[in-house]
Design a protein around this ligand. Structure first.
Ligand SMILES: Cc1cc2nc3c(=O)[nH]c(=O)nc-3n(C[C@H](O)[C@H](O)[C@H](O)COP(=O)(O)O)c2cc1C
Length: 325
């Protein structure tokens, strides 16, 4: 069993933080599929420190959500500690995660996200201060390095461990790659053996075979599923089940996918209200039917012809009819 500080995980599959996607509803929906630990989307330390209500809403968790990590991003220790004080006093969570991987210019230009990877000494000082302040175990999410010519994932991981971090996830791309190109797993071969804290691997895990291959190459304690789980929650179940039993479960059928999509949509509607939820669902529901040839027309209907929960139900009913014809 994996232990992150005093938090024990019941499996080896963790849910990757995704801004705009890993809401409380998404995390609650995914949990029963075998998620051992979820992370919130990245939360701005300034937003919390200035008590911006929209930012504070990201701190919402639930019992079902636990164990959950709240992911903070920032660039200034004063803001980060102020935010952490507020988080400690108001939020219910198990782990504090630090974002050192975000490649978005708006974030890196301030010195936050993957920008930290460029100065390991500064990074270590920052993390030491956070770790000594935090009452919860601190984890970190990093990339291989800033760009191809400055890959420093071994050095950064060691510094993070020495600073007090209790687990690390590596997205096996550089900042310069963004989300394009292939994740390079070979780059972290031997990293696990050089650390004494749990290590998770992230990047391009879209199938069970991807997960098995990544773990065989990297010897990490577990995998982080991000994009691959969106619209395919069964992927988490397949990976979790395989790691626990060595058995391969089948892919979900279209009918099962309809059930999953409906359940998730209703959870999101309940938490966010119909209007906002339907807007977000336009981008997410098509993923539930993307692996099925002939379903393009339904995927398009979610994006083009869905203005209400009633429209959504009509599309689900249409798919059900198609399946049972
Ligand atoms: C839309 C989107 C939003 C993301 N937001 C975050 C984030 O808030 N914090 C973070 O650490 N990583 C974030 N990531 C990165 C993922 O957690 C993950 O590391 C990355 O997508 C690689 O894994 P994948 O190929 O399995 O998706 C995001 C990725 C995507 C696609």
């Amino acid at each position: 069993m994996i232990k992150i500080g005093d938090v024990t995980l019941q499996g080896n599959v963790i849910l990757g933080p995704m801004a705009g996607i890993t809401t409380l509803a998404y995390r609650e929906f995914m949990k029963p599929f075998g998620v051992a630990l979820s992370y919130s989307e990245m939360i701005s330390d300034c937003g919390i420190a200035y008590e911006n209500q929209r930012t504070l809403d990201y701190l919402k968790t639930s019992e079902l959500d636990s164990p959950v990590g709240l992911q903070l991003f920032g660039f200034d220790i004063k803001n980060s500690l102020k935010a952490l004080e507020i988080i400690e006093n108001t939020a219910k969570y198990d782990i504090l995660d630090l974002n050192f991987g975000c490649p978005v210019h708006k974030v890196t230009k301030t010195g936050a996200g993957s920008s930290w990877l460029r100065d390991v000494t500064k990074l270590k000082e920052y993390v030491e201060k956070i770790c000594s302040f935090s009452s919860k175990p601190v984890t970190a999410k990093i990339r291989l390095g800033w760009d191809e010519s400055s890959i420093n994932v071994f050095e950064v991981s060691k510094a993070l461990e020495e600073a007090g971090v209790k687990a690390i996830t590596v997205h096996c791309r550089t900042k310069a790659q963004g989300y394009a190109g292939k994740a390079d797993y070979e780059a972290i071969k031997g990293l696990k053996e050089s650390l004494s804290i749990p290590l998770f691997v992230s990047g391009d895990i879209f199938t069970l075979e991807d997960a098995i291959k990544r773990v065989n190459i990297t010897c990490t304690d577990g995998v982080m599923v991000a994009r691959g789980g969106v619209g395919n929650p069964n992927l988490v179940r397949q990976i979790d089940h395989y790691f626990k039993t060595g058995e391969r479960l089948p892919d979900a059928t279209v009918l099962e996918q309809i059930g999953y999509a409906r359940a998730y949509a209703n959870m999101l509607i309940e938490q966010k209200g119909e209007n906002l939820a339907i807007r977000e669902l336009k981008g997410i529901l098509p993923h539930f039917f993307s692996g099925f040839p002939g379903y393009k027309k339904f995927r398009l209907r979610f994006t083009m012809n869905m203005a209400s929960a009633q429209d959504m139900e009509a599309i689900f009913n249409g798919i059900e009819k198609e399946v049972t014809l």
